[in-house]
Design a protein around this ligand. Structure first.
Ligand SMILES: *Cc1c(COP(=O)(O)O)cnc(C)c1O
Length: 482
């Protein structure tokens, strides 16, 4: 595809601005003025519309196709939340507007949204207080680990280590390390959950805490979760819950009731706010009562007269972790989503997310090898069959063949504890017809793996570029080649 600059034709115009009928003054110093006109593309309005519409059609998103990318929860984002987030009363607020007194009327609504979202998230997770500041899941993890460190510092504990299962999202060990801890990786047992014996053997007085995802990235719920939290508490350690993806348990079970002390949530996953392409996101962090004082400032409080205000004066706080209050627009969308669904609707999210994942699991299990048998939660992990492996068919070939069939591939090669893994997360927002179409495509690909594996090696054939070197493409993006 040609670039906008290459489509330029000298003298072509989209609109013609009438000559100014008022005197024009230029106050710039002469040496700052441009000597020659800027070389901007010259095009008609229609040329520009066609160019950008064409580009947008090369985008892949939930609004166009099925996107079962495991551990990412690419669910549908209801448009009503977008609509409300664009209301001028919210969208045009300046973060430095006064909270009370003059102009306070302008910000009370936004403060109420932050306050009420905090209350809803407390109810959903069983925590005692939240900060909305973190701008992503990984950012929430770092904030949570800083709170963990502040807790131990406050108590004079000498802790050096955080335990993390080997199936964890890569951001977990990174966050613990940036917060100053050594990471000890705990292996996965034969059932796909953290090995309880190995975990107990790794716990000692130097352990600051454990970071867990439950259900984990294999889509499996750890039946020992309560015991794990009890064991860590016995050495005055804390249990951190990576709730990036709460889809499997939202409205059904609460990390606080399992025994966790710190939780982060990805509003841009479970709470249906847009994500992909690096943001914006929101990774609120919740904590139990003994940790509330360590939350970042500022915190929205409700005064006795019913007005809302920001509280900064909190001596034990870890301080700011983001400018102002975080990505307010994302928090607002999540708030709308929660109000729209209500308690019953949120519980149905979990029911249908789990049902859909198990439907995919059951229909595909005769065609691909399941990493772990048994009921899964919001996602299921497959690997290639022995026959596929013998034909040199890899997870990447199956992923690429799906692209030609109009589906976003599942997450492949993660979690790393499963070789050639394909992690499928259908989410609750997809219909049975869409799931069936995807499953049928997967089955057709499985058959090709035996009858004509070369076809899979050649895929994708419908995209402008077939198989770029993904590392080079990410680090050295050159869209001109499209
Ligand atoms: C997505 C995810 C994260 C990281 O969230 P970001 O918003 O991408 O930083 C962390 N943990 C798990 C389990 C996830 O699925």
């Amino acid at each position: 595809m040609r670039l906008l600059f290459e489509k330029s034709v000298l003298g072509r115009r989209g609109i013609r601005v009438p000559a100014a009928d008022v005197p024009t003054t230029i106050n710039l110093r002469g040496d700052l003025l441009r000597e020659a006109p800027a070389e901007l593309p010259e095009l008609s309005e229609l040329d520009v519309v066609r160019h950008f519409t064409e580009l947008s059609r090369r985008n892949f998103g939930v609004d166009t196709n099925f996107y079962p990318l495991g551990s990412c929860t690419m669910k549908y984002n209801p448009k009503v939340a977008e609509r409300i987030a664009s209301y001028p009363g919210f969208a045009h607020l300046h973060p430095l507007l006064p909270q009370l007194r003059i102009g306070g009327m302008l910000t009370q609504g936004a403060l109420a949204v932050l306050y009420e979202t905090d209350l809803l998230l407390r109810e959903i997770t069983g925590m005692a207080g939240f900060t909305m500041q973190p701008l992503a899941g990984a950012h929430g993890e770092l904030c949570g680990m800083m709170i963990m460190a502040a807790y131990h510092h406050d108590r004079g504990n000498d802790k050096t280590t955080v335990l993390i299962p080997d199936s964890a999202h890569g951001t977990n060990p990174a966050s613990a390390a940036i917060a100053g801890y050594d990471v000890v990786s705990v292996p996965t047992d034969e059932h796909g959950v953290m090995d309880l014996k190995a975990f107990k053997a790794a716990v000692n007085d130097k352990v600051a805490g454990v970071m867990l995802t439950c259900p984990n990235t294999l889509g499996l719920f750890n039946p020992h979760i309560r015991e794990i939290c009890d064991v860590i508490h016995r050495v005055d350690g804390l249990a951190y819950y990576d709730g990036a993806n709460l889809n499997a348990i939202v409205g059904k079970a609460r990390p606080g009731d399992f025994g966790f002390d710190i939780v982060h949530l990805n509003l841009h996953k479970t709470f249906a706010t847009p994500h992909g392409g690096g943001g914006p996101g929101a990774g609120p962090v919740g904590v139990t009562e003994p940790l509330v004082d360590f939350l970042p400032v500022s915190i929205v409080v409700k005064r006795n007269d019913g007005t809302y205000a920001l509280e900064y004066d909190r001596a034990r706080s870890i301080g700011y972790v983001a400018p102002f209050y975080g990505n307010f627009g994302i928090v607002l969308r999540a708030y709308v989503y929660m109000l729209m669904l209500g308690r019953e609707g949120l519980a149905e999210v979990a029911e249908n997310a789990v049902l859909n994942a198990n439907y995919v699991r059951c229909r595909l299990k005769g065609h691909y090898k399941l990493a772990y048998e048994g009921v899964c939660k919001h996602e299921c992990v497959f690997t290639v069959t022995d026959e596929m492996a013998a034909n040199e068919v890899h997870a990447i070939d199956i992923a690429k063949a799906l692209i030609d069939r109009g589906f976003h591939p599942p997450t492949v090669y993660f979690p790393t504890v499963v070789k050639e893994s394909m992690m499928i997360e259908p989410t609750e927002t997809e219909s049975k017809e869409t799931l069936d179409a995807f499953i049928d495509a997967m089955i057709e690909i499985a058959q090709l793996a035996t009858t004509d594996p070369q076809k899979l090696k050649d895929a994708p054939i419908t995209t402008p570029v077939s198989r770029p070197d993904e590392v080079v493409a990410a680090k050295n993006l050159d869209i001109a080649c499209l």
